[in-house]
Structures are given as structure tokens and as C-alpha cells.
Design a protein around this ligand. Sequence first.
Ligand code: NAD
Ligand code: UDP
Length: 316
Amino acid sequence: MYSAQRKKILVTGGAGFIGSHLCERLLQERHEVFCLDNFLTGEKDNIIHLLDNPYFELIRHDITMPFFIEVDQIYNLACPASPIHYQQNPIKTIKTSVMGAINMLGLAKRIHAKILQASTSEVYGDPFIHPQTEDYWGNVNPIGPRSCYDEGKRCAESLFINYHQQNNVDIKIIRIFNTYGPKMQPNDGRVISNFICQALKGEDITIYGDGNQTRSFQFVDDLIDAMILMMNTDKSVQGPINIGNPKEYSVLEVAEMIIEQTKSKSRIIHLPKPEDDPSQRQPNILKAKETLKGWKPKVELDYGLQKTIEYFKRRG
Ligand code: NAD
Ligand code: UDP
């Protein structure tokens, strides 16, 4: 039977780590989901269990090329997110952020769909303001190795705001802080996936620099809750809004927690810190709590790590 509540929803980057969790949740909420991906960093295995669902459609497409579909909502997540992946082909990363945003915003304008942009805490660069509030303009090196991602995402935010102001498109921007959980790729070089895979194999745990740099880690389920709440705010809300878990840990603390939880014999070793690696990062989430009524991150790092370790053990 047709449900009036059932929306048609496009998720770009739907086969990636966050996108696949989002597709899964939207289907659980009885929506019809169109998952678009070019499989640059996404994996069929992330969504294979959804393929039999008649309300799920997988589309292989690259968002740097125009795309047309009739939907009610668009979540724009397509973009490699880990530094080793987005630095492999920096020009493509910029094209994905910028041309992808133009294509998806053009589509949203034409079909009158709501559109949410997965922006990033990286728009703050190596921040001078701590914790980061949304009104901070950031400290980004425009020509450094991270700039293809940071500046691409900053330009996408500008495009979103301008499509709203000039064309009245119903836009939402969230700035996602470091997120982890099952379905992260083992080889994507991010700190939690790296440390867990190293610990499980008994390999050296590679800390870049002294390990005193900090990050605030959000479990993927908390992010998905916030994304859906944000998409369903009314037209007066555009963001940007920080979405993250403000509890801050040093990279060294994370390594120690993972060694303890996996009961690993791995040793910690120190390697050089990459250029422009931010020294601290913590979201101020007051705006998110006010806007997304009732939302706050619920999952503690201890528990989230346990779930992620179980995933990597199953994956083998
Ligand atoms: P991911 O690499 O697992 O997923 C990105 C997906 O986009 C992949 O499936 C990839 O194949 C697809 N993709 C890349 N380029 C594409 C293109 N040109 N056309 C179509 N599909 C394309 O990364 P993720 O961690 O799931 O990140 C999803 C989004 O969230 C990204 O936009 C990222 O910038 C943002 N984000 C993630 C984090 C995080 O901690 N994971 C933090 C901030 C922002
Ligand atoms: N990091 C590390 N060892 C690793 C991978 C990452 O010490 O094997 C550090 C990295 O230098 C950074 C932090 O962990 O300071 C988070 O890195 P990640 O790539 O996960 O996220 P981002 O730097 O984009 O926030």
C-alpha cells in the first residue's frame, strides 16, 4: 500500500561508510532510497544486504556529471573523506565537492527537493578558536595537502548558501566532526580504523607525532540521528550546524584504549606528523542541541570502540 509518509530520498555517496548507515536507517523508516555512488571509496558489501529491498535502488554514477531523478530529499555525501583517499587525486576531490554540489543543487532547484550537505569540521582547518563554534571562519592553508578537501567543502558551503539566497532552495548544512563505527574501511588511514586493524593483527600502532593532538570522536549512529533531524527541520533552518561528540581525546589516549580493549600485544611507535595536521579539534554543539530538539550524542567512545572492534574482527 502507498504510504503518504514514504518519501523518495537520494543519498549520494550511499555506498560509503556514513552513506550506507544512512540508507539503512531511511529504509527502516520506510522511505524509498536511491543510493548513488561511483565506488571510488565505497563498497558493494556495505549495502549488499539492502539490494533485495524493493524500496532500495543502487545507481552507479559520478556526481561530477549531471544527474536527474524525482525525489523529495537529497543527502549529498559523495566525496572521499579520509586524507589518504582525498589526496590520491586532489583535482578529482575538488571537482566532486564543487561540481557535485552544483549538480545536486541544480537538481534540488529543478525538482523542489530539500538538500543536505555533509560538510566537515575541516572547514575550520587548524583552528585558533577552541572549541569550534559555527561563526568561526577557520584557519585553512589554501595550497596545502589538505586544501583540495577543505577548500572544496568550503566552496560547497558557499554554493549551498547562494542557491538558498538566490534561488530559494531549501538547504541544510551540517559540519561533521570525526566519525567512526562499523563499515569504516580498513585501509582508509583514519586513526580509529588504523589503530584497530593494527592492534588486531599485532602490528605496531603508528602514532603520527607525539600523539598529543586531539580529536573528538562521534559514533556513526549519533550522526545519523542528527542528519535525519536536520533534514526534517523547517525551511527557516539552513545551518551550518556542527554535529559531533564534544568529548575530546588525544591520539595517544585512543591508542591506549584500543590496545586495552583488543588485549593486543602491539607496541606504540611514533612516525612523523603529516603537514597541516590540526593539533586540536572539538565541536561546540550548542546550536545542534537547540535546533535539533532532543538530540545529543549518546554513545561513549568505550562502547563505540567495542562495536567497531567487533566489526573489524568479523570482517577479518
Ligand atoms: P567514504 O569515503 O566512506 O564515503 C564517500 C562515498 O562517496 C564513497 O562511497 C565513494 O565511493 C563516494 N564518492 C566519492 N566520489 C564520488 C563521486 N564523484 N560521485 C559519486 N560518488 C562518489 O566517506 P564517509 O566517511 O562515509 O564520508 C561521507 C561524507 O561525510 C563525505 O562527504 C565526507 O566529506 C563527510 N564527512 C565525513 C567525516 C567522517 O569522519 N567520516 C567527517 C566529516 C565529513
Ligand atoms: N593518526 C595517527 N596515526 C594513524 C592515523 C592517524 O596518529 O595511523 C593521527 C593523525 O595524524 C591525526 C589524527 O590521528 O592527528 C586523526 O587522523 P584522521 O586521519 O583519522 O582524521 P583527521 O586528521 O582528518 O581529523
